[in-house]
Design a protein around this ligand. Sequence first.
Ligand SMILES: Nc1nc2c(c(=O)[nH]1)N[C@H]1C(S)=C(S)[C@@H](COP(=O)(O)OP(=O)(O)OC[C@H]3O[C@@H](n4cnc5c(N)ncnc54)[C@H](O)[C@@H]3O)O[C@H]1N2
Ligand code: MOO
Length: 403
Amino acid sequence: MDWEEARRLAYEAGRAAIGPGEPVALPDADGRTLAEPLRALTDLPAFPTSSIDGWAVRGPKPWRPVGRVLAGGVAPPLTEDGTCVEIATGAMVPAGADALVRIEASTRDGDGRVLGEPRVGPVPEWRLPGEEATKDEELLPVGSAVDPAVIGVAATCGYESLSVHRRPRAGLLVFGDELLTGGIPGAGRVRDSLGPQVPGWLRRYGATVDPSAVAGPVQDTLEAHLSAVRGALAEADLVCTTGGTMHGPVDHLHPALTELGAEYLVNTVAVRPGFPMLLARVPGPDGRPRFLAGLPGNPQSAVIALITLVAPLLAGLQGRPAPVLPTVETTDKVRGRGGDTHLALARLGHDGRSATPVGHVGSAMLRGLSNAHGFLVVRPGTEAAAGDLLPFLPLPLLTGERP
Ligand SMILES: Nc1nc2c(c(=O)[nH]1)N[C@H]1C(S)=C(S)[C@@H](COP(=O)(O)OP(=O)(O)OC[C@H]3O[C@@H](n4cnc5c(N)ncnc54)[C@H](O)[C@@H]3O)O[C@H]1N2
Ligand code: MOO
């Protein structure tokens, strides 16, 4: 299967399995996805609001003070020319006021009356209702990621909670009797580098990963695989497995999937590295489908499978838009991989517009991955020369990582 087609299928499978929205209190909604559009519940601002400390005046000066309005208060209307109220920043401008005079631009005469000039400038001294948004206006569409700014604007509008999609629950099963979970590798044993790594990537794609949902190495027998996969699928929307995607003497993943009645959505992808990756759908006990992503054992290939299949699946399951890849200029040539898509680890330049392939990129290596921002995508039957524009598949790094 073509690499782009595999990504599309993974996304659509996630979309098709999305659950209903649930109300979540604003402070807890960070990182979720809107299940309903965010609409203004009132005009914003909701009332004419002073932007200054000073006087709200009516008619020609001098103005006789008849009261005071602070932020949070409601002033009676100014009904007579030649009157004013003292007003604080954020206070509601009283009806009848026709100008605001800044405190520092005002003086008092011997009778205590206020004199001064309203400031004339491009920005008015008070904010009009509906200036930022009108009641019922859509501020953000369904599928928007909720971040602190979105929570802030929702609070401004008067929301207490937001209707958001559930975070998908993910689990991880590590296969491979050769794996050590501690100590220095040697004498035929390698350290498990995926058990400690994959949960972090899954969380960055919006899934929750309970520490109890990470297990391994699972013993290299079909019985142990079956029982581990069954147990994991009972608790999670998505189970990732690592290793055992091929058909070696102790590769039990495919037989286990057959036994579970799994339906393959993707079963190997024309991509290098990482081709033995797979994505399967398994009917859940409650009727909702569960997913199993089989990540190849070679560590870089496992991460490629995560980014290829799991990222779009999780985007779909959360109701987010399908990931769109930016285009960058490669500073160096990148070879093609025949009929396969080649994913070449690369570092972005400081302006984010160019990328340079890095070294140590063997599929069994992680050194290149730890020094890269993502992958240059060289499509089947092509190769890239320095200066060519290529799609760039980013790692889900956080701001400040790999500056
Ligand atoms: N006859 C063939 N053999 C292999 C082929 C092939 O086309 N024909 N493809 C190779 C490629 S490419 C890959 S990728 C692997 C995928 O195999 P599996 O998914 O079955 O993975 P394993 O055999 O279990 O492991 C492969 C490799 O990765 C190491 N590994 C596994 N898990 C971990 C881990 N958690 N941390 C660190 N390293 C891990 C494992 O020790 C092996 O060295 O198949 C090739 N073979
Ligand atoms: O494709 Mo394997 O997935 O090269 O390491």
